[in-house]
Ligand binder design. Structure first.
Ligand code: PRT
Length: 104
């Protein structure tokens, strides 16, 4: 079974709107922003360590980081569309940069 990052975001949003008993996501919301930021920092570090070890470890830690990032976005009231818009706005910029490099 596969899970998209957007579906992960929606799940995190659903937990915010409808808290569930025993939910790890709700545990993070209850602890607050500093706890979520601490987890994002830890998971980002674990991605770096994982990348130095094995791809299996890198994949595992990346999934952890994505999950905690989605919780952070929900906590801060940033929508997934905000991220998609930002990424979309860079697509054009990137090709302009490449064109400039090709002129040199
Ligand atoms: N993708 C994830 C996911 N990735 C990681 N984790 C949790 O993140 C935690 C990270 O482990 P750590 O050892 O770093 O943390 P810990 O020691 O358990 O807890 P801390 O006190 O350090 O926060 C684990 O408890 C994992 O279960 C996740 N928890 C939930 N999800 C998704 O969110 C959905 C809803 O989950 P609940 O909110 O728990 O119902 C799930 O069905 C999943 O799809």
């Amino acid at each position: 079974m596969q899970q998209t990052i957007e579906a992960l975001y929606k799940q995190a949003l659903e937990r915010k709107d409808n808290p569930q008993e025993g939910s790890y996501t709700n545990y993070l919301y209850d602890k607050g922003l500093d706890k979520i930021l601490k987890k994002v920092g830890e998971e980002a570090t674990e991605v770096i360590v994982g990348a130095k070890n094995t791809n299996d470890e890198l994949i595992y830690e990346t999934a952890d980081l994505f999950f905690h990032l989605m919780v952070l976005l929900v906590e801060k009231g940033v929508s997934f569309d905000d991220i998609k818009d930002e990424l979309g706005s860079r697509q054009g910029q990137q090709s302009i940069l490449h064109e400039r490099e090709n002129w040199r």
